[in-house]
Design a protein around this ligand. Sequence first.
Ligand code: AMP
Length: 396
Amino acid sequence: MLNKKSVEDIEVKGKKVLVRCDFNVPLADGKITDETRIDGALPTIKYLINAGAKVILCSHMGKPKGEPKPELSLAPVAKALSAKLGKEVVFAADDNVVGENAKKAVAEMAEGDVVLLENTRYRIEETKNVAEFSKELASLADVFVNDAFGTAHRAHCSNVGVTEYLDTAACGYLIQKEIEFLGNAVNNPVRPLVAVLGGSKVSSKISVINNLLEKVDTLIIGGGMAYTFMKALGKNVGDSLLEADYIDYAKEMMEKADKKGVKLLIPVDTVVAKEFNNDAESKISENGIEDGWMGLDIGPKTVELFSNALKDAKTVVWNGPMGVFEMPNFAKGTNAIANVLAEIDATTIIGGGDSVAAVNQAGLGNKMSHISTGGGASLEFLEGKDLPGIVAINDK
Ligand code: AMP
């Protein structure tokens, strides 16, 4: 368990509190199409308002690459947030983020007021963690709170640099929950601990596989990355996704699992198709895949094998779909695993990115114990890496 100060451990009454949120919401024609991230930030913001803080919010949105791009302004977020909080959120529309508007708005704040700064990535310094912008951000506030898990694996001005110029840095409720669930799962799990890994590439999950083999009781591998493991067992994989450079690595990992007494499960049958297309001719293939066919989902026997391994789990971490879940005909394996996780009596943690989309597509989001808000960040957490955004928060 990481021993970091939370928002409840610090003095905030009457103080100017700079809060790094994750308001990187999807936009279409200037309208927010999914407000999940704004909702996720509300507990910390409400706590600070009620505690009598002067709440200064900041966030990035998209990738403006150091230039003010009106289509990536946080103005729509200020509006949505005002509606949700039932009070005005003053938007400081400065192209340089910490400009005349921001300074004036902050100077006029009373306890419980809320100000939102403009997109931090309007400044070129932000993603390079340049001191000048960190100092400007810090100059607005007395204390800092980080509640953006999605950027915790990056050292930027608004989550790491700024902490150099303020004495107090705590985490908000969102980050606290991420640390609790992901931290406990990896470092102090109720066993059996089962990890389910999928997605397209072994190469992007190498460090996760390696680190999780030190921790788990069972490791399940599905998705496109499974074919490299099948090949390593000497099976034909036809036209399926294969990373030939990683066959030796897959062998190594299977040997490591063997030595550690970790059960490593890979698919025993596969839904194969003639083309990468939802309507392509398809069939179930056992014992390898013929040339001319490609694997796009796990087969029914594999669903059974994986489900059985999950049945008695007490903690499950899932990252990466079992097949091409974006195509309904090849989403069955992923949906089946989502359904098993929804039913078992275990702490179930969905580790960001495509697995979150898959669980929500199956309508089972609310059946999981924890859905991580950070794709890259949760992956790096599972790799066992220190996340700079978390390291920068004061210890208790
Ligand atoms: P990742 O970003 O590595 O987690 O990969 C997610 C992507 O993997 C999704 O877009 C899936 O469609 C894709 N994927 C899963 N299984 C397969 C497969 N058998 N063949 C090709 N792509 C797959």
